[in-house]
Every structure is written in C-alpha cells, then in structure tokens.
Design a protein around this ligand. Structure first.
Ligand code: G6P
Length: 408
C-alpha cells in the first residue's frame, strides 16, 4: 500500500532474502546467499479506495464503509469451509491468537464457536502465547487474526503453532501479507485498505468471517441442522442494514462523544459476547482521545473496579436483549447507586427493562444475540471518534501508536 500508485508490480521477499537493484535488473538471493527467483505479482490496490473522499478523517470514512465491507465479507465467507477444505468434526480444539483489536475479535469468536458449534476454544494475545509454551492438541486448528498480516508477535506465534503440528488458518485483510503466506490456509477479510490507526472496519469484517465459520462448524458438528444454519446466515445478512441504521444515529452519538471531553476516565461493561465489545469500546476511546478507559466483564465490577466509580464518571453499559440482560442491568444499578453516569446501549426491550430515567439510553436496532457484537461496536466507534474530534487529537495517527507493529 505504501508504494501506492508508484508500482504496478511487486515482488514479496521471503524472510532473509536480499535484493540488489540494478538499472536493468534485480538480483535476489535467499538467506544462504543462493540466487533465487520470486514471483512478481500485480499491485492491485484500488487508489479510489485509499483516498479520504469527503471525510475529514480516514477513521470516519472507514466507520461508514462498514455496511458495504461487512456485506462483501459475508458473501465471500458463505462457502468458506468448502474452499478451505476444513472439517470441523476432525478438529477437537481451536486456538485463536491475535493482538489489539483483532484479539477482541478472537474473544467474540470464542463465545460463538463454543456456544454454536460446541467446539472448545483457547484464546491468547500473541505476545503471551509465543512465550508460555502452550500445550497444543494434536487435532487442533490454530487461527491467527490480523488486519495487516504483519504483526511480529502474531507471526511468531504462527510459527510456534506450525512447529507444534497445528493446522493453521490466517484471517487477514492483506492477502499477500507475511501471516497469510506463512499459514496453511488463509481467508481475506473484504474490508479494503484500512488507513486509520484505530481499527474499525477490519474488526467487523473479521467478525463476519468468524461468525460465518462458526455457523459452518456448527453444521458440520451436527449442532445445527441445515435449516438452522440458513437461519443464522440470514441473521448475519441482516447486519449491513442495521449498521446503516446505527450510522444514521450519528448526531446522537456525536453529542455523547462531545460530552466526554472533560472526562478523566471512562468505563465500559458487558457480559457474554458484549464483554469483548466493552473492551474494544474502551480501546477505541483510549487510543484516539487519550481518555483513560477500561472495559470489564460486568460481573467483575464488584471485585474491584467498582471502587473507581465516583460521581459523574461515564460508564457505558453494553446491554443487548439476551438472557444476560437482567444481570447486566443489575450491575448497572450498582453504578447508578454510586453516582456514576450510566449510558446504556440496548435495544427497545433493554431500554424498557432498564426503566431508569437517570440513565441515558442509545437505542440500537433489535437483533439476534448472535449478531449484536457487530452492531454495538459501530456505535462505540463513533462515540470514540467524536470524543477525539472534540479534543482535537490526530484521529488517524494517534500519538505513540503504529498501524502495524512489525517489531516486538
Ligand atoms: C496495532 C494497531 C491496532 C491493531 C493491532 C493488531 O496495535 O494500532 O489497531 O489492532 O496492531 O494489528 P493487526 O494488523 O495484527 O490486526
């Protein structure tokens, strides 16, 4: 992408390769000094896609692309198990490894694969996984999620898994990336180039791939009939339209974002698959607005974090209508009782069940619990965006952060 419209073709060098560029030719040698030839491939980055168009920041553009990028990725993922020749009956354990936002996609996927497909899942941040000598099952599948496909820790973790006889699957946004090339199989999320350092559309595209795969795993593992699988796909296919609805609530989300400018801290709570979304909401806010933000499993509040609640501290409560709603609302009440400013994200039913007019409510379209992570996160992305905008930070290139971390 960095070569942009300067190069029509690219040669991807392998680890240890060296190249000498002459006026007429290029001489390539491998790590042992042997002359090698490497394939030239077309650099097919679409330059339209890499512009900001009418948006002030790439992040804003990328948030708004999500109805399209999710729809494209879902189409691409519909027959994934056949394309990859994966048989989930033969797999007894999934290990999903990633960093940053991609790790929160792994966390959501753990709920999906365990609940829908009855497949045990371990998740790890790559920098921990690679050094803790994890014991891996002989019939395990190790999945590596990475937007860039170049994150050094994730790549090293992939090499570890391969040396432990795991089948490896990469879920990347850059098809020719190192992680995609190193893995046995790879799937490309169809998010298109993501330029803003804070990941948005890559995350929902990752969830689209993982959700589709979880349905296919559920069917192969006889947890889902063909009809149940079709119904689950239909639910997923409804996400882009609901995302449009959330994006049309921009002025309400902007007002909430603006109201955070004086906050020193902000907290995000959720249960089940809303717990990783709470973590991701906090990550977005801290990355670009520099407001101290943390996400917690709502049930853990009473084991420590509740000591942090003081008058007016914003607490975002991620509360889709599912069987954990009542418990989440009761955790929210513990915050209200201590003077916290609760902002509830829920659907009609959740808002009615909350019934507390001290609580500010953001109404998210009704959805099946399975797809709620894809929806709630979009609202949190916009809130973080507007908080950062109001604080005047460089939204696309926040201080001290890099889009892709290729060193340890
Ligand atoms: C960096 C970026 C994050 C990203 C993480 C993992 O920290 O700033 O936005 O989530 O790397 O990147 P990857 O490309 O592996 O998904």
């Amino acid at each position: 992408m960095a070569l942009g419209n300067r190069a029509a073709q690219v040669i991807y060098m392998e680890e240890g390769d060296q190249a000498r560029l002459g006026q007429q030719d290029i001489v390539l040698v491998d790590a042992f000094g042997r002359s090698v030839s490497r394939k030239r491939v077309d650099n097919d980055i679409d330059h339209e896609q890499t512009g900001k168009q009418n948006h002030s920041f790439y992040m804003h553009k990328e948030i708004h692309e999500q109805p399209d990028t999710v729809a494209r990725t879902l189409v691409h993922s519909y027959h994934l198990k056949d394309q990859l020749e994966l048989d989930f009956m033969e797999i007894d354990r999934l290990s999903i490894i990633a960093c940053g936002t991609s790790y929160y996609a792994a966390m959501v996927a753990k709920y999906w694969f365990e609940q829908l497909a009855a497949l045990p899942v371990d998740i790890d941040v790559a920098s921990e996984f690679r050094y803790r000598s994890p014991l891996m099952s002989n019939s395990g599948l190790a999945v590596f999620i990475s937007q860039s496909g170049e994150t050094a820790d994730t790549l090293a973790a992939l090499k570890y898994a391969r040396s432990n006889q795991q089948q490896t699957l990469a879920v990347v946004n850059v098809a020719a990336s190192s992680i995609a090339r190193e893995a046995d199989m790879s799937v490309q999320t169809q998010a298109g180039p993501e330029i803003g350092v804070a990941s948005t559309k890559a995350f929902t595209a990752q969830l689209s791939v993982l959700g589709s795969l979880a349905i296919q795993a559920a069917q192969q593992r006889r947890q889902f009939s063909a009809e149940m699988a079709r119904a689950a796909f239909t639910t997923l296919a409804g996400v882009p339209q609901k995302l449009e609805q959330i994006l049309s609530m921009e002025s309400q989300l902007e007002a909430i974002g603006n109201s955070l400018t004086d906050a020193r801290d902000a907290y995000f709570i959720g249960r089940g698959s809303s717990y990783p979304i709470a973590m991701e909401g906090a990550l977005k806010l801290k990355e670009i607005s520099y407001i101290h933000a943390e996400g917690f499993g709502a049930g853990e509040l009473k084991h420590g974090p509740i000591a942090l609640i003081e008058s007016g501290v914003p607490v975002f409560v991620i509360a889709p209508n599912n069987d954990l709603l009542e418990k989440t609302l009761s955790n929210m009440q513990e915050v209200v009782a201590r003077g916290g400013r609760c902002i509830l994200l829920g659907d009609k039913h959740s808002i009615k069940a909350c019934g507390d007019d001290q609580v500010e409510c953001i109404e998210i379209p009704e959805s099946d619990p399975f797809t709620s992570p894809l929806l709630y996160v979009a609202a949190l992305q916009l809130i973080a965006y507007y908080a950062a905008l109001a604080k005047g930070t460089d939204v696309d290139q926040p201080r001290n952060l890099a889009k892709s971390v290729t060193v340890e």
